[in-house]
Design a protein around this ligand. Structure first.
Ligand code: NAP
Length: 329
């Protein structure tokens, strides 16, 4: 049996392309004492991966040229050198873009509770991001209007559903009629604005006649700027993601910064692993709603490790519809 891995071949400037990656074959890794050998079944593709392809200073170090691309995976233990795990166990790991890997950082996941892919989406890192960002930074009160961008995606879809479950009015912003339709009809948001249809400011005003109390920002750029001008007094902004800027060579420059002062807006950035100690709490809450059928999700699935580069490019262009995954086996 051989391993296959996708490594970073070059650092993109501007838009990432499939040529920035290289697929390599090699022997299966041998687990050391305390480690497990895992066969990866699902690979998560996430927007943050674009940042890791750069060597610019960030909250975590980038991937080196020739190194395997980072990423979360769910897989099956095929050999164990620790008492904590046995062959056949399903585990969540950080093994990255490869078919097999050896690690001591593996967390068992329960296949009976939810399909394995959910531990990379609605019950995984994106779900936790939505939970802590909304609860701790957004601090929504019943009756508040909560707006979230990239509303049909992995994080956004959970944000809006939690807002509804917690007694708020949920309004999404998404690209295109199909996604907006899904957000309203399937996910149960009160409204969803299509930013690609033009005149976002007017459409948002119509959807949120009493201003926005919490804005969960997944995208940055012009959408952030537009929502900023429609925030209420003492409102909160969760700065979660800037996907509109990830491939830009110049950052977007805000026009409506004045609204932060006039409305005394509290604006805070969030990185999900700052809440690492409380992941168990989020999993219990999210899995509870999930079991009751009150947390819906959607996935965009590509088959085969060789398609991971194409999947990341598509995700960054907004071509995914739901949590982007690669099925490896
Ligand atoms: N801070 C943290 O700890 C943390 C953790 C997880 C994720 N995030 C961030 O959260 C955001 C969403 O991540 P996700 O995993 O849930 O991805 P996702 O929403 O499932 O997929 C990304 C979506 O972003 C939208 N998008 C892409 N380019 C855009 C642009 N130029 N302008 C506006 N929207 C654009 C697209 O939706 P439309 O077609 O609707 O535009 C696309 O489907 C990302 O910015 C990510 O970096 C942050």
């Amino acid at each position: 049996m051989a391993n296959q891995r996708v490594v970073l071949a070059s650092r993109p400037s501007g838009w990432v392309s499939e040529a920035d990656f290289r697929i390599e074959e090699g022997p299966l890794p041998r687990p050391a004492e305390g480690e497990v050998l895992v066969k990866n079944l699902w690979l998560s593709l996430d927007p943050y991966m674009r940042g890791r392809m750069s060597d610019a200073k960030s909250y975590v170090k980038g991937v080196e040229l020739g190194e395997v691309m980072v990423g979360q995976t769910v897989g099956e233990v095929i050999e164990s050198r620790t008492e904590k795990l046995a062959p056949g166990d399903k585990v969540l790991t950080q093994l990255g873009w490869q078919l097999y890997g050896a690690t001591r950082e593996a967390t068992r996941v329960d296949e009976k509770r939810a399909p394995l892919s959910c531990y990379l989406g609605v019950l995984g890192m994106p779900g936790m991001t939505a939970y802590f960002g909304l609860k701790e930074i957004g601090q929504p009160k019943a009756g508040d209007t909560v707006v979230v961008s990239a509303a049909s995606g992995a994080v956004g879809s959970v944000v809006g559903q939690l807002a509804k479950l917690w007694g708020c009015r949920a309004v999404g912003v998404a690209g295109g009629a199909r996604k907006c339709d899904y957000v309203k009809r399937e996910l149960g948001f009160d409204d969803c604005v299509d930013y690609k249809a033009g005149n976002l400011a007017a459409a948002l005003k119509e959807a949120c006649p009493e201003a926005v109390d919490v804005y969960f920002d997944n995208v940055g750029g012009e959408i952030f700027d537009t929502v900023l001008a429609q925030m209420s007094l003492l409102s909160r902004v969760v700065v979660c993601g800037l996907i509109a800027d990830y491939n830009a060579t110049e950052p977007y420059r805000l026009r409506n910064w004045r609204s932060v002062l006039v409305n005394r807006i509290r604006l805070q950035g969030m990185i999900v692993f700052d809440w690492k100690e409380r992941h168990g709490e989020a999993l219990e809450v999210l899995a509870g709603y999930f079991a009751e059928g009150r947390l819906k999700y959607r996935e965009s699935v590509l088959a085969g490790l060789e398609n991971a580069p194409r999947g990341l490019v598509a995700l960054l262009k907004g071509e995914n519809f739901g949590k982007q995954l690669v099925r490896l086996a």
